[in-house]
Design a protein around this ligand. Structure first.
Ligand code: UD1
Length: 429
């Protein structure tokens, strides 16, 4: 098994480049199934979720060619299979986008229920309602397969009766080649939804209003190819911003869109970091103490749920009591137990965590319970006295490119090591 070993106590200092956004990449790479000509996608993050998508694309008949470390050419002309089996779909959350694209292209799709981080119950009812509104029949088959079929997809009004990033994206993917106009109301507004719409528009789609809560899609019969560069990762940037603040660091974070970080920037300034914004970079410096603050996760442009665990570590180091409210997912505090092993004083009551800050963190063996929880434990390890061992780092590698080498470049003492697990330590903890 692989684990991270971190010697804490050092400051992060220097410059770090940000990779392409995971959540945009998983939508855009999948959306190439709708293209009739080859697509060249740039700024693709080198992460596990992306490798899995490229495998699925190859499996269903696409030609995938790596041009360089962050550029890939995808030709989906010969795709014929409209199925994604359980072994692949279970490996990441956004496998459900194959339902939208295969339905849009072939009028049918069969994809296993998606996997991904365990953040509590994660239904896909809003995705299904959107497909049904467009005229599809959806059935849940044996073995957890979701089958979607439509003779004709017809543009319609879709009112999302819950806020869902994934369902908004799936509705766009299924509607982009439907007949007539589709209007999605109460749509998600995240930057990666806008990025997907821009990508589809660059292939000839007619999507307006992405980034607002009403998205209008006029169906087109053909989508060509495109060369497109994925936006920088908002959450990777936020993670390095918090890591810099937590370690009393001085870090210039490059290749970012500061506008996507406004909420995180505002919080970090309130908590005690100095944040300077430039055209495509952000500098985070901390010299003074940290102040308590309350955080409530909200859809974009509110504070992202994907930054909740990381900011909790920072507030565990601040003087005073902070209250964190998780309003998107119902089981996103599982990492707290591991922060407690490291000396943090945090109580969880339902979807609220009460963080009594100011207690020093000590290195300990801990487990990454999910992707962002893993990032938070790395930040905690960097600030702790002594050695932290993090198990189950495959979660982290699903969404962060070269995390340890980027941190080493900032002076962190973090290593990835392989050790056998004869005592089943990860089970015992
Ligand atoms: C996406 C992001 C994830 C982020 C999340 C919230 C991707 C690949 N993942 O996940 O990183 O944490 O947005 O910003 O972009 N829900 C339903 N029914 C549905 C769909 C969702 O009840 O059909 C609920 C979910 O259980 C959750 C909430 O809606 O409580 C938000 O989920 P959603 O926005 O869909 O998250 P994802 O798209 O899975």
């Amino acid at each position: 098994m692989e684990r991270f070993v971190i010697q804490g106590g050092g400051r992060l200092v220097g410059e770090v480049p940000i990779s392409g956004a995971k959540n945009a990449a998983v939508a855009i790479l999948t959306a190439t199934v709708l293209a009739e000509k080859p697509c060249i996608i740039e700024n693709v993050p080198n992460i596990r979720d992306v490798s899995i998508i490229l495998k699925i694309l190859t499996d269903i008949g696409a030609v995938v060619q790596t041009i360089d470390r962050s550029t890939v050419m995808i030709d989906t002309k010969h795709v014929q299979k409209a199925e994604v089996p359980y072994e692949m779909a279970r490996l990441y959350r956004a496998s459900y986008y194959f339902l939208g694209v295969l339905l849009g292209r072939f009028g049918r799709a069969s994809v296993a229920m998606p996997g991904g981080c365990d953040l509590g119950v994660r239904p896909i009812d809003l995705h299904i309602k959107a497909f049904e509104a467009l005229g599809a029949k959806v059935s849940l088959e044996q073995g957890g397969m979701v089958d979607v079929k439509a003779d004709n997809l017809i543009g319609t009004h879709i009112y999302m009766d819950g806020y869902s990033v994934g369902a908004t994206i799936n509705a766009i993917l299924a509607a982009v080649k439907a007949n007539g106009l589709t209007v999605i109301e109460n749509a998600g507004k995240e930057p990666h939804i806008v990025d997907l719409a821009n990508f589809l528009n660059s292939m000839g789609a007619d999507i307006r209003g992405a980034g607002t809560d009403v998205i209008k899609i006029r169906g087109v019969s053909h989508l060509g190819g495109a060369t497109y560069s994925i936006i920088p990762d908002q959450i990777e940037t936020g993670t390095f911003m918090v890591a810099a603040a937590a370690t009393r660091g001085n870090v210039l974070i490059k290749n970012v869109i500061p506008k996507h970080l406004e909420c995180i920037t505002a919080k970090l300034r309130k908590i005690g970091a100095v944040v300077e914004e430039f055209d495509d970079s952000i500098k985070v410096v901390r010299t003074g103490g940290l102040l308590k603050d309350n955080i409530k996760t909200m859809p974009h442009p509110g504070f992202p749920t994907d930054m909740q665990a990381q900011i909790t570590v920072l507030l565990a180091l601040a003087q005073g009591t902070s209250i964190i409210t998780e309003s998107i997912f119902d089981n996103r505090f599982r990492y707290v137990e591991h922060l407690r092993h490291m000396g943090a004083h945090i109580q969880v009551d339902g979807n609220i965590a009460i963080v009594e800050g100011g207690h020093p963190l000590k290195g300990a063996p801990v487990i990454a319970t999910d992707l962002r929880a893993g990032a938070a434990l790395i930040i905690a390890g960097l600030c702790a006295q002594g050695t932290t061992y993090i198990e189950d780092i495959y979660h982290i590698e699903r969404g962060y490119e070269d995390m340890e080498s980027k941190l080493c470049g900032l002076g962190a003492d973090i290593k990835k090591i392989y050790t056998p697990d004869p005592l089943g330590m990860s089970q015992a903890l």
